[in-house]
Design a protein around this ligand. Sequence first.
Ligand code: DX5
Ligand code: ZN
Length: 216
Amino acid sequence: MLPLIAPSLLSANFLKLEEEIEMVNRSEADWLHLDIMDGVFVPNISFGFPILKWVKMVTEKPMDVHLMIVDPDRYLEQFREVGASIITVHYEACTHLHRTIQAIKQTGAKAGVSLNPHTPVLLLQDIINEVDLVLLMSVNPGFGGQQFIEQTYRKSRELKTMILEHGSDALIEVDGGVTLQNARGLADAGVDALVAGNTVFSSPNPIETIHQLKHC
Ligand code: DX5
Ligand code: ZN
């Protein structure tokens, strides 16, 4: 199976946002990954609803919204209204994760949960049948262009085993430091979807880079 590719708009040139999104439209990308940071859960602030509304008007790819925010429950409806197809919250930001996952599904979006690098996969065993996607962070969230953390391969294999044992349909997505060098290894470790920011948007030929990631 070819991995799904989700270019992360965080690394795009925001002065040319329409062109960047149209490039993704023309490419073999499957989703458009959108990083929402609040300056509290992570030490950075990215963008919010006004930008997402404009993105929605141009993108032809499903919007894969990654919430790096505290108290995400407050905003789930709004993220759906501005076009999110997938809404992923952080395990570390949700006291009542089960309730939050149900609330995401009630909006009509697919529900994802993300784990920071230090959070063990094992903690998901009682929620794995409820989620549509698990996003494994392969860097500490907050910034694009960071170095890939190698233990992600093992975490992905562990997660794949858990998914199969529980008969879950959850997809595995990896986010952070994905390159043309590690994409194949990740797919072999059970990863279904690869997020790539810097690798795509700093490439001289992003469409070709997306093609290479897809056929890694
Ligand atoms: C990091 C974000 C990522 C980021 C990935 O906190 O969640 O989605 O955009 O960027 P790269 O691929 O450059 O590591
Ligand atoms: Zn992300």
